[in-house]
Ligand binder design. Sequence first.
Ligand SMILES: *[C@@H]1O[C@H](CO)[C@@H](O)[C@H](O)[C@H]1NC(C)=O
Ligand SMILES: *[C@@H]1O[C@H](CO)[C@@H](O)[C@H](O)[C@H]1NC(C)=O
Ligand SMILES: *[C@@H]1O[C@H](CO)[C@@H](O)[C@H](O)[C@H]1NC(C)=O
Ligand SMILES: *[C@@H]1O[C@H](CO)[C@@H](O)[C@H](O)[C@H]1NC(C)=O
Ligand SMILES: *[C@@H]1O[C@H](CO)[C@@H](O)[C@H](O)[C@H]1NC(C)=O
Ligand SMILES: *[C@@H]1O[C@H](CO)[C@@H](O)[C@H](O)[C@H]1NC(C)=O
Ligand SMILES: *[C@@H]1O[C@H](CO)[C@@H](O)[C@H](O)[C@H]1NC(C)=O
Ligand SMILES: *[C@@H]1O[C@H](CO)[C@@H](O)[C@H](O)[C@H]1NC(C)=O
Ligand SMILES: *[C@@H]1O[C@H](CO)[C@@H](O)[C@H](O)[C@H]1NC(C)=O
Length: 805
Amino acid sequence: MASVVPALLLLLSSVCLARRVEEKHPTIIGLGSSLKPVTEPTLWASPSGRFAFGFYNQGSGFSVGVWLVGKGTSSNRVVWTANRDDPPVASNATLILNEKGELLLTTESGEKKVIANKTDSASSASMLDSGNFVLYNNDGHIIWESFKNPTDTILGGQNLSTYGQLISSLSENNHSTGRFHLIMQGDGNLVLYPSNDAYIPDNAYWSSQTNGIGSFNLYLNSTTGFLQLINNSDLSISRALGVPFFAEGDSDDGKDNSSIVYSARLDVDGNFRLYTHLFDRSGRLQTFPRFRALKNLCRVKGFCGFNSFCTFNDYQPYCVCLPGTDFIDPYQRTLGCTRNYSEAHCKGGKANEGFYNINSMENLVWNADVFYSKEKMSKDECSRTCLEDCNCEAAQFESGVCKKQKLPLKYMLRDPDRDSFSTAFLKVGVRSLEAENNSIPLELIKPTMITIKRKETMVQLLLLTFSLVACSCVLLSISGLFIYKFRVLRYKMLLENGNLGLNEELTLILFSYNELRRATYGFREELGKGSFGAVYKGTLYKGRKSIAVKRLEKLVEEGEREFQAEMRAIGRTHHRNLVRLLGYCAEDSKRLLVYEYMGNGSLADLLFKTTMRPDWNERIRIALDVARGILYLHEECESPIIHCDIKPQNILMDDTWTAKISDFGLAKFLMGDQTRTFTGVRGTRGYMAPEWQKNTPISVKADIYSFGIVLLEIVCCRRNLDTTVSKTEEIILSNWVYRCFVEKELDKLVLGEEVDKKNLEKMVMVALWCIQDEPALRPSIKSVVMMLEGITDISIPPCPSASSM
Ligand SMILES: *[C@@H]1O[C@H](CO)[C@@H](O)[C@H](O)[C@H]1NC(C)=O
Ligand SMILES: *[C@@H]1O[C@H](CO)[C@@H](O)[C@H](O)[C@H]1NC(C)=O
Ligand SMILES: *[C@@H]1O[C@H](CO)[C@@H](O)[C@H](O)[C@H]1NC(C)=O
Ligand SMILES: *[C@@H]1O[C@H](CO)[C@@H](O)[C@H](O)[C@H]1NC(C)=O
Ligand SMILES: *[C@@H]1O[C@H](CO)[C@@H](O)[C@H](O)[C@H]1NC(C)=O
Ligand SMILES: *[C@@H]1O[C@H](CO)[C@@H](O)[C@H](O)[C@H]1NC(C)=O
Ligand SMILES: *[C@@H]1O[C@H](CO)[C@@H](O)[C@H](O)[C@H]1NC(C)=O
Ligand SMILES: *[C@@H]1O[C@H](CO)[C@@H](O)[C@H](O)[C@H]1NC(C)=O
Ligand SMILES: *[C@@H]1O[C@H](CO)[C@@H](O)[C@H](O)[C@H]1NC(C)=O
């Protein structure tokens, strides 16, 4: 008996010990632990209680997965599902980490399924606070983790390794494999594809445009919420893809950052979005999308199924069947459409007249790469030959070329804003499938015979034929040359641009008006007024990042267009000497642009407002900065941009005194060799090239003129037009400078300054070349940069204005 008591004590104490250990590490899940769908325990929670692993409701049954736990009315958010394509299990299923170290799901029928596929046997498991569910071996090493087997989501701290992929879910309530893939390719490109197609550039609908940079991981930083591509071999090298924004009301009311969880998910609709999840004080879960890969969901290839096209209604994308087709399932409109007319009248060659019509639609785009015939012809011919040709079910006419193809058509999108015009011709049957069975057979239409009766006609015909052949030979060779050139150009462009032109959508962030109002404290601090409206100071990230918000006013009908142009232009530009656009807001009639904040004001402030002149070398550096910015705009970005309003007020200085060109409000694209792209007069007096007043074409040379004036102002630290000077001959700077140049008295310009004479003369000569009245005499910006850098010599400039001197 006496020996029993110590044994009992020992037993008790060991129970207590075990208890204590469990309390200390509440999330260590030992061998033999199990879960049931409805009877407790149904889940294993992370220490903070924010994440849980276990059974969640799916359809009429249960699936095993990891989710963010939302209390109260908010629902959970599933971030991972085990064996996602297996059917949900019934309420008497069991999940067990058995004594052999296997994590097994026993279904209602007794079937055993492996949840974690691993080679080693586990000795424990844990649901971590990061949302990672892990299995450990005896040595305490992680041998399996849900983070390494993602479904559609990555969480803060999670890696999508090279060759890793995310696959969207089928629907919000069905987490099985859906219709879209996100692949972290071995070439460093992060790409979105429709699932049921080849993963080739033609099918991609979005990419990070980082192909060829080597092998990278996609990483979501749990501290900052930044989505980054990280170099595999050097983890310190990364590229930011998306930046989250703090949610409304989150900026200042003292919520600590530990209540935030970040996730990035390939959504059901095919878009890739970054989310911020907030737990408020009562534990409710709020979710805010903060960034998305595509602005326009219609650009998601496969958003609409075969034979239907995507279009917008109240900003909601929806699918519309092509003429002649009906929805496969009217309740699931993204599944696509099938033909609703009979083909019976089109067999063995030509179509029977009267049974088919051709419908035409403008601006319908699709992957027309599976055409069976591609010919040059007129629009009418394209429509007519398609109607007559039994094989033709649709034709795409674009720039004189007719491409014919059979159904199904895929990845169609109706884009009314598209620049290039294409017409789609779609064959439509007049007889429905139902009516078909009662139809009468039809006789074949006999081709009409042409008989040539007279000799003269014969000769004429021969002559005509001959000249036609000769003509078409010439035409063919010319067009061949053009097509070749065009192809080569196209190919080059494809190489340079990667495969998609959608990257701008990635870097720009769409803000709500309220976010920007909050960020600028109700537009309190005005930084200045630009040509399109006032600019306000604001902050993001709880005050960590300063921004400048430009509120576009005076937006009449032209406003929208300017806005779009500006978006497109700036979205594509990235250069050290250009002010970076971070995002914008387009809500109702409100249009706002968000720029990085330039801490040191404008070049105008620096040159004209300060009492101390910036030193000479500093000024040369600034001039080169500006020239390099213009060089990028004119020659290095995708399509040349004429700024049209280069002036010191539009050149801003950042914290390190780097000059950056801002205000692309007037920038437009140069299309092809079209030199005059503007109809109205733009620009600012004093900096405007003389051709603005005349009716001559405006080209990049207009910017060169403005740059020349700015360069003179930089050299002399005074305005081009200054009425406060003592002598009238000095009022107009450009005239005075030329006089000084001719009279070899350039040091008058920089009175009291220690300036290298040669250097000063060089700057002045470059400026004088730039401000030539005759645009053709002005150098290109490339030559300007080379002259300023001292790479090329500068010849003596003639008088800028031939008429005035
Ligand atoms: C999800 O959809 C698939 C395919 O339609 C279906 O087989 C499966 O039963 C669905 N799952 C649930 C939970 O509804
Ligand atoms: C689960 O319940 C179903 C009936 O609802 C029964 O047929 C099946 O045997 C049960 N399975 C287990 C493992 O108890
Ligand atoms: C388990 O992993 C191995 C290789 O790691 C793989 O070959 C096998 O197909 C996987 N099994 C399942 C059920 O996923
Ligand atoms: C991401 O994964 C790679 C390889 O799997 C690993 O070397 C790296 O440390 C991971 N990075 C982070 C931040 O977890
Ligand atoms: C990735 O890191 C390696 C090793 O440091 C380096 O050689 C390579 O240039 C890096 N790639 C990129 C794109 O930065
Ligand atoms: C995440 O961001 C923080 C803050 O910028 C940085 O210190 C940390 O190195 C980042 N983590 C990774 C893995 O890049
Ligand atoms: C949370 O914010 C505090 C200051 O506000 C900072 O010291 C701490 O490092 C942050 N923690 C994380 C995980 O970012
Ligand atoms: C085919 O469907 C379209 C659209 O629903 C309809 O307008 C058309 O009348 C149908 N054609 C036939 C032959 O049923
Ligand atoms: C036409 O008739 C055939 C047999 O007579 C039948 O199989 C087919 O379903 C009918 N088609 C339609 C569209 O009613």
